[in-house]
Design a protein around this ligand. Structure first.
Ligand SMILES: [Zn+2]
Length: 52
C-alpha cells in the first residue's frame, strides 16, 4: 500500500476507501428516521456506494 493519500479524507463506511473532497458524498443514517433515528449516528459513503 502507498501512503500518499490524504489522512483527513473521510472514509467510506461501505468500501473503506477515502472519499476525496471532490467526490460526491452521501450521508447514511444508521437508524432509520421512522425509528427515531433523526439526529442519530450517521456514516459517510461515496454517493455511488450509497446507491448500491
Ligand atoms: Zn465507497
Amino acid at each position: 500500500m502507498t501512503d500518499d493519500q490524504q489522512q483527513d479524507d473521510p472514509i467510506c463506511a461501505l468500501c473503506g476507501r477515502p472519499i476525496p473532497p471532490h467526490a460526491k458524498q452521501s450521508v447514511h443514517h444508521l437508524v432509520p428516521k421512522l425509528k427515531g433515528g433523526k439526529g442519530g449516528p450517521t456514516v459517510l459513503l461515496h454517493q455511488i456506494c450509497g446507491l448500491m
